[in-house]
Write a protein that binds this ligand. Structure first.
Ligand code: ATP
Ligand code: MG
Length: 567
């Protein structure tokens, strides 16, 4: 194993990252009375992905570590994009990752009444006004980093007039976009976000929870800080792109004089060869590039689960990548694969399956004889038990385990060479059978009956050990081999005029029919298993098939070590 693999959190000195340092500091000064109360606030407009897992591990992890609490809160202020399908999948995924929120699930929409009251209060304080500029005009008037904003002509509208209009907005008197409510802050602020941000807009749309009760909806910046405040959140941890929004977060809470949570930003996870933007993930699903949100290629939690990743592996990954405040953290996909192998190695039974079958006929083995070898399901852990593997005159080996013209130091099968069939016999290749085009179709071999069980009584050394499946008992099994979803490492490699979709890897899913030992056909959906010498696989929950289909989770080869060496 390479030395450069980052250690898991638990193995590092505590409080070394900036988040824990902040919390330790707050606990020292007694700012929140020693409380730690975080929240995970997804918008229910898509499925959770591995980037969210980082945020989940941070928020739930910190709460656990400090003996505090973590809420699950749906940030559901955009009725058009949100859906209960997403609400359900998010809860399932958080729990599957091994976390439990405090009490009931929270929804920002639970606070719509209270948020409305706060908005009226701001109007009466002269800190908010109803504007009539169009969305485009608002953008234009806002100015830029180098150009100060221009006040709206409605900025100094009397509070009573704004209040009246705001109430009529709520009552449904106006169409979408006719009016907005804006906070009255500072049109010359160097922080563009502070130039009178919109805090309410008209949207005649049904909401997945409040139905048609509302036709005005609060904006994210207004909702988020107040939801944190209402729930008594101590540390509101979000990603770096909200850095500039913190000033507004603080302004709203200070102006209203309510309980004040602390917003802290950390770097968003980026992973090579995939995308972690909900907009792009939705596109892959809607345009049929993948089998759905839970396609095993997707970096979604449900995709990773279906691929065969375990919660333990994902949590281990999140703890190894650490938390930084610096620019976005690009992490190589193979670190995730490394974490997966580490865990699966310990918890999966071993079986045999041949992905690219080549028939071997053992010419000196009786035609109708069948033997059963009792084989352990795990080489080091007897608690896995064993299963019986049938053996007969005809078997399959992987085509890749035979070379007619073997290079030096090739220890697998070749003409005249002897190999061990795992747990069965030593065999020697005596003849190569080809078809008219010269393709190898079968091998003839002889076996050494005294090597039964896979060991030779005369101490003869055989270097190669092959996996195999009895041809007469083999179960033809659909196996889906997965590769990276994209051929580019990151977005920055995308050429001008192209989009990320141009880099979708057409070979990212390859469906083959493998020959599996009978035991594999008995495994229930969701089972993890190692095909010996091949990789880790997971039985797919595809209900349309009458026997398991196996998704390749990850190969056995550790490519992380190689990448580390290259750097
Ligand atoms: P969108 O892609 O629609 O902007 P989002 O990625 O911000 O959405 P949310 O549902 O708002 O998704 O995210 C919930 C939480 O997960 C937020 O606190 C967000 O900061 C965090 N999060 C989202 N993506 C990542 C990521 N790649 N790395 C770390 N945290 C993330
Ligand atoms: Mg968001």
């Amino acid at each position: 194993m390479s030395q450069n693999i980052p250690a898991p959190e638990a193995d590092r000195p505590q409080g070394t990252d900036f988040l824990r340092a902040r919390i330790n500091q707050d606990n020292l000064t007694g700012r929140f009375g020693g409380r730690v109360h975080t929240r995970f606030p997804p918008e229910p407009n898509g499925y959770l992905h591995i980037g969210h897992a980082k945020s989940i591990c941070i928020n739930f992890g910190l709460a656990k570590e400090y003996g505090g609490l973590c809420n699950l809160r749906f940030d559901d202020t955009n009725p058009v994009k949100e859906d209960t399908e997403y609400v359900d999948s998010i809860q399932r995924d958080v729990q599957w990752l091994g976390f439990q929120w405090k009490g009931e699930v929270h929804y920002a929409s639970d606070y719509f009444d209270q948020l409305y009251e706060y908005a009226e209060k701001l109007i009466m304080m002269g800190k908010a006004y109803v504007d009539e500029l169009s969305a485009d005009q608002i953008r234009e008037y806002r100015g830029t980093l180098t150009k100060p904003g221009i006040p709206s002509p409605w900025r100094d509208r009397p509070a009573e007039e704004s209040l009246d209009l705001f109430r009529r907005m709520k009552a449904g008197e106006f169409e979408d976009g006719k009016y907005v409510l804006r906070a009255k802050i500072d049109m010359a602020s160097p922080n563009v976000i502070m130039r009178d941000p919109t805090i309410y807009r008209i949207r005649h749309a049904s909401h997945h929870r409040t139905g048609d009760k509302w036709c005005i909806y609060p904006m994210y910046d207004f909702t988020h800080c107040l939801s944190d405040s209402i729930e008594g959140i101590t540390h509101s941890i979000c990603t770096l792109e909200f850095d500039n929004n913190r000033e507004l977060y603080d302004w709203v809470l200070d102006t209203l004089g309510v309980y004040h949570s602390q917003q802290i930003e950390f770097a968003r996870l980026q992973l090579t060869y995939t995308v972690l933007s909900k907009r792009k993930l939705i596109q892959l699903v809607k345009e049929g590039y993948v089998r759905g949100w839970d396609d095993p290629r997707m970096p979604t939690i449900s995709g990773l689960r279906r691929r065969g990743y375990t919660p333990e592996a994902i949590r281990d990954f999140c703890s190894r990548i650490g938390i930084a405040r610096a620019a976005d953290a690009l992490v190589h996909y193979s670190l995730l694969e490394f974490c997966c192998r580490e865990h699966l190695n310990a918890v999966t039974p071993r079986c045999m399956a041949v992905l690219d079958p080549l028939k071997v006929i053992i010419t000196d083995y009786p035609e109708d004889k069948v033997e059963e070898f009792e084989q352990p399901l795990h080489p080091e852990d007897a608690s896995f038990g064993s299963r019986k593997v049938p053996f007969c005159r005809e078997i399959y080996i992987d085509r890749d385990d035979f070379r007619e013209d073997p290079p030096k130091k090739y220890f697998r099968l070749a003409p005249g060479a002897e190999v061990r069939l795992r747990y069965a016999y030593y065999i020697t290749c005596t003849e190569v059978i080809k078809d008219a085009e010269g393709n190898i179709v079968e091998l003839y071999c002889t076996h050494d009956p005294s090597s039964r069980g896979g060991s030779s009584p005369d101490g003869r050394k055989v270097k190669g050990t092959l996996h195999w499946v009895s041809a007469r008992h083999a179960v033809p099994t659909e196996v889906r081999l997965y590769e990276q979803m994209f051929t580019t490492e990151t977005d920055s490699d995308i050429e001008e005029g192209k989009t990320f979709l141009d880099y979708f890897n057409p070979e990212s899913e390859k469906v083959i029919t493998a020959m599996a030992e009978p035991y594999l056909a008995t495994l229930p959906a969701g089972s993890h298993v190692q095909f010996e010498r091949v990789g880790y696989f997971c039985a797919d929950p595809d209900g349309t098939k009458d026997r398991p289909v196996f998704n390749r989770t990850v190969t056995l080869k550790d490519s992380w070590a190689k990448i580390e060496k290259k750097q």
